[in-house]
Write a protein of this length. Structure first.
Length: 271
């Protein structure tokens, strides 16, 4: 084809592989220098190039949107589609943007974004605007102070009897002895249904409640299945005897070995 173009003659060629047809046409178009003059037939349809009205570049038809109802390609390519001169609402400068774009740069976009404020988790002082929504402390000082000894929040752990009851009901459901219903016994809503024990000594005597009703029932009628620990920043459990002992800062504690979390010095226990 290139030789025929150089000699000014007509060339008739056949290629069975469509991939090689594209290679031939692209090479010939690069030699000619104008994709708009290159047209070829492949299978039963015609494929040719199209010139964008805005950027004035000749591109394949795949780079243009097709109106399936009218079977007409858009006058602009996909990159230039919906681009128009607009005015920034922050700085007032003109820019080329798409529909709905109000800011010209990322700096103007950050200024346009609503400011978010929150209270510090340590000193409860209001700070902002936030650079990130996950920010919890107003300064590095409060961040380090929250991690110091004695600043940890009280944690709750289930007792040994409660853990055994939960495992027993899970095993009963797994082997088919107990069937989990699809709705809550209290509010008749579907979703995640949990087994709520009347007494942890009777491991299979439960009522089926949703998460919300389960929490409300446990709060109104505690079963004694949770132990709360006000833990400091411990290094190791030392000199544990199971009897009342004196803490470093004063006070006493009583706990069993099963109820304490591993590696935690207990300051207060409440069931």
């Amino acid at each position: 084809m290139i030789a025929a173009q150089m000699e000014g003659r007509i060339c008739a060629g056949i290629e069975i592989n469509p991939a090689y047809v594209d290679v031939i046409v692209n090479r010939f178009a690069q030699f000619v220098g104008d994709y708009g003059k290159v047209r070829y037939r492949q299978m039963a349809g015609k494929y040719h190039m199209k010139k964008c009205r805005r950027c004035e570049e000749t591109k394949p038809l795949d780079e243009f949107h097709l109106d399936k109802r009218r079977q007409i390609y858009a006058a602009r390519c996909k990159q230039c589609h919906d681009l128009a001169p607009r005015i920034c609402v922050v700085c007032g400068d003109g820019f080329i943007g798409k529909t709905g774009q109000k800011a010209c740069t990322t700096i103007c976009k950050s200024r346009l974004r609503p400011k978010t404020y929150r209270n510090c988790d340590h000193c409860d002082q209001r700070f902002g605007p936030l650079h990130h929504l996950r920010s919890r402390f107003c300064s590095q000082k409060c961040h380090h102070a929250s991690r110091e000894k004695g600043a940890r929040k009280a944690s709750a752990r289930p007792t040994k009897q409660a853990r055994a009851a939960n495992k027993a009901i899970e095993y009963a459901i797994k082997v088919g002895r107990v069937h989990r219903p699809l709705t809550c016994d209290a509010c008749s809503r579907d979703g995640r249904i949990e087994a709520a024990h009347y007494d942890y000594k009777r491991r299979l005597d439960v009522r089926w409640l949703c998460v919300s009703c389960h929490r409300k029932w446990d709060k109104a009628d505690p079963k004694g299945g949770v132990v709360k620990y006000a833990a400091s920043a411990p290094k190791r459990w030392q000199n544990f005897t199971g009897e009342a002992a004196t803490l470093d800062g004063g006070g006493t504690f009583e706990a069993t070995k099963e109820d304490r979390p591993a590696g935690t010095r207990v300051e207060a226990v409440a069931v």
